[in-house]
Design a protein around this ligand. Structure first.
Ligand SMILES: Nc1ncnc2c1ncn2[C@@H]1O[C@H](COP(=O)(O)OP(=O)(O)OP(=O)(O)O)[C@@H](O)[C@H]1O
Ligand SMILES: [Mg+2]
Length: 263
């Protein structure tokens, strides 16, 4: 196993460390007004696994990721990450548990007034208290991994959408999250830029032990990287299983209908 403390992220160990449950949602209910979006939802994700959420628009996929990012609070239920409660929990604990989770959004959300390098080093320095030199060294390694070394001094507006999204991925990884949440990260991209971003994510899935929770309409990608696929409908998991099973022999009519519409 590598002892290189400057590695940009934790490499996949020979024997997975910390196996067991990393994320657990128990009886989570989320309402907007009188619309119940998630209804007593239970699920868990084991450390190092890659889980893809699929399902029709409005079925609650983004809501789950936003709950994990603490951008929303559940109305009922508990959320636990790495054995510590994220909800309900005191503010200080929420801030600590939140550091274990990184997210990449559909709309990149880079800081427009900062260079690529600064976009990546800002949070490690200000939130984790990392030295500027160490943060920059890690940022350079991450930029190499996402193929953007030549763009280190540019601002987001000088980059293509695909390049911006690869910076956003590097920025999320710079915080060394245990969990990476990905919400339709290629949906806003021109078609010719999608493959480059998916290749970077495949590489991360293959070479790191980061737990991934991914919402995507890219079914080939989902089939490649997922250990498990969860099919949502109206805020409930109606079917779950290995990708070969869900994509080739779905049991539920709703899953079949959904897949025939997107495949
Ligand atoms: N802030 C909000 N206020 C009110 N309703 C909301 C809010 N956010 C989401 N909703 C509603 O919650 C439901 C689930 O939304 P969510 O964004 O989780 O769906 P989704 O599965 O991610 O859909 P899509 O595939 O279109 O992204 C939808 O009916 C949506 O209109
Ligand atoms: Mg969504």
């Amino acid at each position: 196993m590598s002892t290189d403390t400057h590695a940009p992220f934790d490499k996949k160990p020979e024997t997975p460390a910390g196996s067991g449950e990393l994320i657990r949602l128990e009886q989570v209910t989320k309402r907007f007004g009188d619309h119940t979006v998630l209804d007593h939802l239970d699920f868990s994700v084991d450390a190092g696994k890659h889980v893809t959420l699929i399902g029709p628009s409005g079925s609650g996929k983004t809501t789950i990721l936003r709950l994990l990012m603490t951008l929303l609070k559940p109305d009922e239920g508990t959320i636990t990450v790495a054995g510590e409660q994220l909800f309900p929990a005191p503010e200080k604990q929420v801030r600590e548990v939140r550091k274990k989770i990184g997210m990449v959004f559909q709309q990149f959300n880079l800081f427009p007034n900062m260079t690529v390098l600064r976009n990546i080093t800002e949070a490690p320095v200000t939130v984790l208290g990392m030295s500027k030199d160490e943060a920059e060294e890690r940022a350079r390694e991450l930029l190499e991994m996402v193929g953007l070394t030549d763009h280190i001094g540019k601002h987001p507006a000088q980059l293509s959408g695909g390049q911006q999204q690869r910076v956003a991925i590097a920025r999320a990884l710079a915080m060394r999250p245990q969990v990476l949440l990905l919400d339709e990260v290629t949906s806003a991209l021109d078609p010719e830029l999608v493959a480059g971003v998916l290749d970077v994510l495949r590489d991360i899935a293959r070479s790191t032990d980061i737990t991934m929770l991914c919402v995507t309409h890219e079914m080939n990608f989902a089939r490649d990287i997922s250990d498990q696929v969860l099919m949502f409908d109206s805020g409930r998991i109606i079917e779950a299983g290995a990708p070969e099973k869900i994509f080739s022999e779905p049991e539920h009519d709703r899953t079949r209908e959904f897949l025939s519409a997107v495949l």
